[in-house]
Design a protein around this ligand. Structure first.
Ligand SMILES: [Zn+2]
Length: 181
């Protein structure tokens, strides 16, 4: 639970303020979990200071787990808001294999090869990443049958107006003209 909270903080899924409140309610756990230097930095500090600690905590966490890639820090259902370097981090991490829509695609981590089903919400500027197995990925690539995981999120599927505005008839036409799989 505490690790989950820590990861959400590292991934910008929760605000520094939310993490700070949680930290203060669970100080004893975090005292054991965090290095003394970081723990001391968290104590009696303002929310602004906590924000500055985000990168430091992330570096420490990746180091102790010997994680080479960002994707090891993501939950199986990870929301990543597009703030700071987040978009760059996600884009650099993944190699896109196949698109369902312009903003919905199958990708693998360039380093550890973990497959992800990615949704990019262009309205609220968030990434949604669903961890999938290699077996699931292969089935999708062969059958062109995508998970329904983000089926209710209209913001990751262009509507007729979008196609018209950008000069495409429909999704098939978009794939053809942009040379997307
Ligand atoms: Zn990875």
């Amino acid at each position: 639970m505490e690790t989950q909270y820590l990861l959400n903080f590292i991934n910008n899924s929760i605000s520094a303020k939310a993490f700070y409140v949680y930290f203060n309610d669970n100080k004893d756990v975090f005292r054991k979990m965090l290095p003394a230097e970081i723990f001391d930095n968290m104590i009696n500090k303002s929310v602004k200071d906590i924000e500055l600690l985000r990168t430091k905590i992330k570096t420490w966490y990746k180091d102790i787990h010997k994680y080479e890639c960002e994707c090891k820090l993501w939950n199986s259902n990870q929301k990543i808001p597009i703030i700071g370097n987040n978009q760059q981090n996600v884009d650099n991490e993944l190699e896109i294999l196949k698109h369902e829509t312009p903003w919905l695609y199958i990708a693998v981590c360039k380093k550890c090869k973990q497959p992800w089903f990615v949704a990019f919400d262009t309205v609220d500027d968030d990434y949604y990443l669903q961890k999938i197995s290699t077996l699931e990925m292969n089935a999708i690539l062969i059958n062109d049958k995508y998970p329904r995981h983000f089926a209710d999120n209209e913001k990751v599927r262009p509507d007729e107006n979008w196609f018209e505005a950008f000069g495409y008839k429909d999704i098939t036409d978009w794939k053809l003209k942009t040379n997307k799989q």
